[in-house]
Ligand binder design. Structure first.
Ligand code: ADP
Ligand code: BMX
Ligand code: ZN
Length: 291
């Protein structure tokens, strides 16, 4: 059985063919269209999957947003150019003519990372620091998705009651501060208008304001991880996303976490499957659904 796995993020779309042995073939990427209209996303997804869909038997989608009965419902529509709703499963089934399923991107990535080599605990949490901040929680070996798909949306827990207003409508969410968009929004002076990737480049070269922006994100993430430990008692927290995996980031998170009392400490790891965790997790979940 070959699965066409698709990962829809706020910044990039990825697709690949994944066989039962979890080997990834024909991986492709393109930018996510920032448009309020569903048509733009539909057209981009069609262009993404058409060249590779012929040899697939089913579609598995990992997507940003709350996934409710196959539909993407944004909690933070700003991350998708204002897009609020998108009929994910219906759209991919009609483009490919294949059976399709969908799950939140961070929930999918959590499931892949739970199966990665070296994870020897039944309780683990995955956090992506990317366009937004997403999360996936595995407790007693079970992925928590929640009745309405909201479980694990750790980016929308409170970091600072006086912080910036988040796209979800709440003030001071972790996502508004620690995410790629949050980092970029806080940039001032010559860094204003740059994206997080460019700000990280400046930080690595020693730019003081860029270093402060990265440190503010890392400190916020460390506090979130301490809260996650208090809620779940998980032994391991895995961090992914392009910001989470950026050079020097996780080591700073670890330093800030080490300043918290020992009861809040966890094993902190970078995502084993790097930027493929969402694709692999969706494929794994769809294979499980077949059995
Ligand atoms: P998505 O949110 O679509 O899953 P990513 O995980 O790539 O995509 O996250 C996108 C965010 O990561 C953007 O804010 C981007 O500026 C930032 N980013 C991309 N590459 C890097 C990098 N090498 N270092 C730091 N930040 C990066
Ligand atoms: C947002 C939210 C989550 C998602 C997280 C990470 C939307 C559109 N997305 O908190 O569902 O898991 O971002 O998403 O409301 P990414 O785009 O950064 O990968
Ligand atoms: Zn929020």
């Amino acid at each position: 059985m070959t699965t066409l796995a698709i990962d829809i993020g706020g910044t990039k779309l990825a697709a690949a063919l994944i066989d039962d042995d979890l080997q990834i073939r024909e991986r492709r990427e393109m930018p996510t269209p920032a448009s309020k209209t569903p048509d733009a996303l539909r057209a981009a997804l069609k262009a993404l999957v058409e060249p590779v869909m012929a040899s697939a038997h089913q579609v598995a989608i990992a997507s940003t947003g709350i996934i409710r009965e196959g539909t993407l419902v944004s909690i933070n529509p700003h991350n998708l150019g204002g897009l609020l709703h998108f009929p994910l499963v219906q759209t991919l089934a009609s483009i490919t003519g294949l059976p399709a399923m969908a799950v939140n991107d961070a929930q999918a990535a959590a499931w892949a990372e739970y199966h990665a080599p070296g994870i020897d605990t039944q309780d683990m949490v995955f956090i992506t620091v990317s366009t937004g901040v997403g999360g996936g929680v595995v407790l007693k070996g079970e992925l928590q998705t929640g009745e309405g798909g909201l479980a694990g949306h750790l980016g929308h827990t409170l970091a600072d009651p006086h912080g910036p207003v988040c796209g979800c409508g709440r003030r001071g969410c972790v996502e508004a501060i620690a995410s790629g968009r949050g980092i970029a929004a806080r940039a001032q002076g010559e860094l204003a208008g740059l994206d997080a990737k460019a700000i990280f480049t400046h930080a690595l070269r020693g730019h003081p304001h860029a270093r402060e922006l990265v440190a503010h994100s890392a400190r916020t993430l460390a506090r979130l991880i301490a809260d996650v430990k208090a809620v779940t008692d998980c032994q391991t927290v895995v961090v992914g996303g392009s910001v989470g995996l950026a050079e020097g980031y996780l080591s700073q998170v670890a330093e800030f976490l080490a300043q918290e009392p020992p009861v809040y400490h966890v094993n902190l790891r970078p995502a084993f499957y790097r930027n493929d965790a969402g694709l692999l997790g969706a494929a794994l979940l769809s294979q499980g659904a077949q059995q």
